[in-house]
Ligand binder design. Sequence first.
Ligand SMILES: Cc1cc2nc3c(=O)[nH]c(=O)nc-3n(C[C@H](O)[C@H](O)[C@H](O)COP(=O)(O)O)c2cc1C
Length: 354
Amino acid sequence: MNKTPSKFEKLGLDFPYMIAPMVGLSHVAFRDLIKTYTPPNIKPLRFTEMLSTRRLPSERLDSSRELKISEGEDFFVPQILGNEEHFIRPSIEKLSKLAPWGFDINMGCPQSHILKHNWGVRLVGDAHYAAQVVGHVKKSTNLPVSVKLRGGADKDTDLDYLMNFTKILEDAGLDWLTIHPRPRSAAHHEGAANWNIAAEIARARRIPVVVNGDLQTAADAVHVVGELGCDGAMIARAATVRPWILWQIAYLLDPKSTPTSFDSRTLPLDTKAEGKEYFRSFLTFIELLLKHFGDNEYSLQKARFFAATGSRWFLFGHSFWRLTMKAKTLLELWDRVSEHAQKSSGEMSERITL
Ligand SMILES: Cc1cc2nc3c(=O)[nH]c(=O)nc-3n(C[C@H](O)[C@H](O)[C@H](O)COP(=O)(O)O)c2cc1C
């Protein structure tokens, strides 16, 4: 007997674990790094950084660094920021040429320059306005359209408010959504996320509801879907220290069909193995930055930001980050990281306080 397809399978996605949009981090080199650790039996979504619809219409696909994708890249989701139809339509038209899997609308950014325009998390404060924005995007594409939102606007993580808000978006034709259940007041994403809020909303909605926030290990991600009942899990910062986290999730869910090694990579299954693999992955990341952007200040900044985010899981992470600050070129950084890897014990924590 055939089993009933999950809400996500109806949208053509059978692995509902994914990597979040992060400005300054979710560029093509990072998405490629994740791909390096994605075994062939899974097809997870990877998001771009948020892209402003005010800028997109005048940007060039062949020269904008933020719009760069790798050859044949699939299962990526551009995240857009904005609310005006006359900017959204040409933005979606342009991005459609890259053949993305779908489009996401940012309703979570709490930065003040974003709020000034009523973008980002401000949209969560007005459900009917937010529904109109969903309508603009839906009219511009036949691909799945999602929203990524914060736990709440001024009402913080108010469950009744979010129930109503997500119902209005569902009725407006939204295909799926992600909830980051941390209030807007946690501007720097600190503190624990309340995964149960997302799970309650997932139970009430017909469309898939993905949870994001403080998911640091494969076990966390499997727990929120398998035990709490969310329809999917989105990992952000932990993917900068564990670019193999999706592979670990696949293995945890189905060890029989998930390889433990492929393309000269071996799945790290404990923090000791992870600590060692981190430096290897960092070297690969540098190579990918070189390939996509060249050896320049832009690439160096991306490497340093990646180090600053991921090295927090390491006991001596700060000294690793300082090392990345000293290098003047990517090639020099490659040498320094390679040398550091020989000496470092690579001791890393499973979870940290985010
Ligand atoms: C450096 C950085 C940049 C981010 N940029 C975006 C963004 O462009 N769009 C978005 O929706 N969320 C963005 N976020 C929020 C993350 O997607 C995610 O919701 C948040 O980090 C919580 O998940 P985590 O606890 O797994 O890190 C960003 C977070 C960080 C740390």
